[in-house]
Design a protein around this ligand. Structure first.
Ligand code: MN
Ligand code: MN
Length: 455
């Protein structure tokens, strides 16, 4: 039988010679540097904004500009020659990642130890956050209205924080519980100190912490109420394996797509108007003014029309959106050889086999899925084929094994073409997610070819 009539997936590494492999590793290096410095959605935005400015983007740029929404969304735009009324090419990713948030009234002292109370954000396995160093990032708006940026844990010489785990010797009852009940959300309290303030009878350790915070940042206890403080895994980003083929670190989901879609934009020779948009709040349902369910995307279209000197009437905004092609750029679950039972391997993503096109997400009978149409799948795979992109198609896991969603459905609300497309990870949502460097690179190439597409 001729090979043309069979659909065969290819390992991404095999088509590259040593020059190509060097290119993959160089791109990997840039990505590692980015991920190290992007532990929150705000920091991701700042890092990519700086990169964009080096490439000639500015807030009031004529051809290349960016639009920021409340410090958390950013859209990078490169206007093309084709009128935006013919549609734009947009890639949306999310820059938030699962983590543990500090509560609004967090500080307490018990048995001589001061803690912060927390509320976890997104889908974490709670035990991943126990007995390991943690870092603290975020902002506090002080009584005087000044915004204080906080970053403790990842700089040389910084202290770290931790959540204590119960010693195995006394875990008999805990062992008998199921995994869901064994780790309680209200017990994810962060240890922040233990030295008492002298001559204080009540809560001397808590008072000592407040004194330190006041001296260092000028904040008082009430200021926590106007804060956004995030606890994330402490530590760097690493090459993994003797062959250094993986990148391991926190927050690939979905900063890897923010990075690849934005750097692809910088490198694309586009005819159409192209945009890379970073959304927040995906991990909690894309809600909020900075999530993909807000009208920020319409604000962006209005801005594009204005810069092209086209009246942003309702009809014109609709004309742009309904003619547009979007990619919902998010990660997929790679087949884990130790948990093959949750995957249907013929329709599962293989690590190292390129960027993943996902027709639908959702769970239990495609519930909540965007489910892109066949015509759009054809268009996307043809673009990738013509540009030598290694790609594969996959579902998140076996039917009824679980599921998940992305921003695809919220983008499709605008009546644009939308499809999910991004690299596969191992250990998604863990403090140390893995991605193959070749999948990272193929994702970059896929997004660049999408921006450069002529139809
Ligand atoms: Mn996620
Ligand atoms: Mn994601």
């Amino acid at each position: 039988m001729k090979n043309e009539i069979l659909y065969l997936r290819k390992n991404g590494w095999e088509k590259y010679d040593s020059k190509g492999i060097n290119e993959i590793f160089d791109y990997g290096k840039d990505y590692i540097e980015f991920l190290k410095n992007s532990k929150t959605e705000r920091l991701t935005l700042q890092y990519l904004k700086k990169l964009a400015e080096k490439k000639g983007y500015s807030e009031d740029g004529k051809e290349k500009f960016y639009l920021i929404n409340k410090g958390k969304n950013i859209a990078f735009v490169n206007l093309g020659n084709v009128s935006p009324l013919k549609g734009i090419k947009l890639i949306g990713s999310h820059s938030d990642a699962p983590r543990i948030d500090i509560k609004q009234n967090p500080l307490y002292e018990k048995e001589g130890i001061a803690h912060f109370k927390t509320h976890y954000y997104g889908g974490i396995k709670k035990y991943h956050y126990l007995a390991r160093p943690l870092s603290l990032y975020g902002v506090v708006i002080r009584k005087d209205g000044k915004r204080i940026d906080i970053s403790v844990g990842d700089k040389e010489g910084d202290p770290v924080f931790t959540i204590n785990d119960l010693l195995p010797h006394l875990s008999k009852t805990q062992y008998e519980r199921n995994l869901k009940e064994a780790f309680e959300g209200e017990k994810l309290n962060i240890i922040v100190g233990s030295i008492p303030l002298k001559r204080e009878k009540e809560n001397p350790v808590k008072k000592m912490i407040l004194k330190i915070l006041n001296e260092k940042y000028g904040i008082v206890e009430e200021d926590f109420i106007s804060s956004e403080l995030e606890i994330v895994p402490q530590g760097s980003v690493f090459e993994v394996g003797f062959d250094r083929s993986f990148v391991g670190g926190y927050g690939h989901d979905d900063r890897i797509c923010s990075f690849t879609s934005t750097t692809a934009l910088f490198n694309a020779k586009n005819r159409y108007t192209v945009c890379s948009v970073l959304f927040d709040k995906e991990e909690v349902g894309s809600t909020g003014a900075t999530g993909a369910r807000s009208l920020f995307l319409e604000d962006l279209v209005i801005e594009i029309l204005k810069r092209k000197e086209i009246k942003p009437t309702y009809e014109n905004i609709r004309e742009v959106l309904k003619n547009s092609d979007f990619i919902s750029a998010d990660v997929s679950a790679g087949i884990d050889p130790d948990f093959q039972e949750v995957h249907e391997k013929q329709n599962g993503a293989k690590i190292g086999y390129g960027v993943v096109i996902t027709k639908f997400t959702g769970s239990g009978g495609k519930s909540g899925a965007n489910d892109a149409n066949a015509e759009y799948l054809f268009k996307i795979k043809e673009i990738f084929n013509k540009n030598d992109v290694t790609w594969q198609t996959a579902e998140l896991g076996k039917v009824d094994a679980g599921g998940g969603g992305t921003i695809a459905g919220f983008l499709a609300f605008y009546n644009a073409n939308v499809i999910d497309c991004g690299p596969a990870l191992l250990g998604m949502h863990s403090p140390f997610e893995l991605v193959s460097k070749v999948d990272l690179f193929e994702t970059f190439k896929a997004y660049r070819s999408f921006y450069e597409s002529k139809e």
